[in-house]
Design a protein around this ligand. Sequence first.
Ligand SMILES: C[S@@+](CC[C@H](N)C(=O)[O-])C[C@H]1O[C@@H](n2cnc3c(N)ncnc32)[C@H](O)[C@@H]1O
Length: 469
Amino acid sequence: MLNKANIEHEKLKVGSPFFKDALAPTRDEATLLFLLDNLGKLPAGFNGELFIPLLMHANPKIRMLAAKNVGKLKDEKFLTELSQLAATEENTFARREVISAIGRMRSEKAIPILTKFLADVDPKVVLQALRGLLYFKKKPEVQTALDFLRKHPNEIIREHLNSEMNNKSTQSQSTKKDRHHPTSPDILKNVIIHADVQEALKVIPDESIHLTFTSPPYYNARDYTIYQSYHAYLDFLTTIFKETHRITKEGRFFVLNTSPVIVPRISRAHSSKRYAIPYDIHPRLTDIGWEFIDDIVWTKPDYAAKNRNGGFFQHRKPLGYKANSVTESVMVYRKKTDKLIDWNIRQYDDETVEASKVMGEYEKTNLWHINPATDKVHPAVFPAELAARIVQFYSFKGDLVFDPFGGSGTVGHVALIHERYFLLCEKETEYFEHSKQLLDVNLFTDIKPRSLSLTELKKSELAERNSGL
Ligand SMILES: C[S@@+](CC[C@H](N)C(=O)[O-])C[C@H]1O[C@@H](n2cnc3c(N)ncnc32)[C@H](O)[C@@H]1O
């Protein structure tokens, strides 16, 4: 019987007739597929000729796996067979594997073949040809060929090419620490700024915060007069989130809580209008350089939703259905970088990483059931539980957590509880005063929470900058 253990056992026997028999093209497809898929690392001297007839097999999956196994041998003597197959192979998965096997040979003779496949119709084949050619990227003819790809319509190809040509991939594996990464300016720690965030952001230095969690004002949902138009509203948010990107440290997170809003109808003769804020802001965020990471859905109990079902419940006529909205979106983004998340974690000392671990039970799906919160002063607070999850999942102890639309100060309070620092901004005096009260608590922190006006913030920023000169 064929199983993984006896495949491993037979591989160790040099010159065993086992594989000649087991890989015969006349074998049944299930056995061939199992064997080819489970051969693993091939020992030196493995007879690669056994795969060659399988490159012509009627089943494309067998052709693909045969090419994959030839690739493991990295032997240029198979170049002719593989390039013949590449020229005629119609199955794109098999063609990709053939091109990958050719690339793995690292043979100069493969350069013209790989170059030809840079023009393949399938981006995954192009990507394999590109990866094979990058080994020869110093050769002028290869550089010319790769230049042709700079305008390729596929973004993954363009990004891979750019990062490899700029040697960024080696940087992403870099073990060198950026000693500033875990730190933030003291003047920004545990501060509520009483100002329009557009002005406040101008004073905040580049790369000074670790995490942003925010829920922006909802487009004219409560008051018609605030924004000239929906477009102007999105432009306003885009400006704020572009500046947030600038002040965020490399590879760190931005989490945005929004949901579609309804702007009430003008009269009974009109219908109300619904605006899909999360979907409309998303492309703007990725354009800024926020990389999409996760879409978390915050679900509230049914009773928390405004009833939109009155009419339909009575008449039951199609087209009149309106769903009660019990969810809000919590979109997670990361400041785009070539560095892996591991690099961010490595910037912290072992004690901080250990102390910041999220222990015990936690939500494993993207559906978060959390009851909504209410506040006696602020009409639209998010629950502390929501902020607590975000703070714990996306920051370390001692990090600086920012909320440009601070409201009642939920993010600040949660940051303190979890031994992070906060930086909040709130323009409405009533909410600013209210958040000051929430944050004037005796929680463990080495820096007492304080509030600053824009003028005070500018002065202290200037003072800190001058003291550093
Ligand atoms: C949805 S609420 C945030 C509530 C907050 N998450 C909480 O739990 O209390 C949005 C807040 O942004 C504030 N805001 C709106 N425009 C602003 C601006 N340009 N600068 C600063 N704050 C602003 C509003 O006054 C409001 O308190």
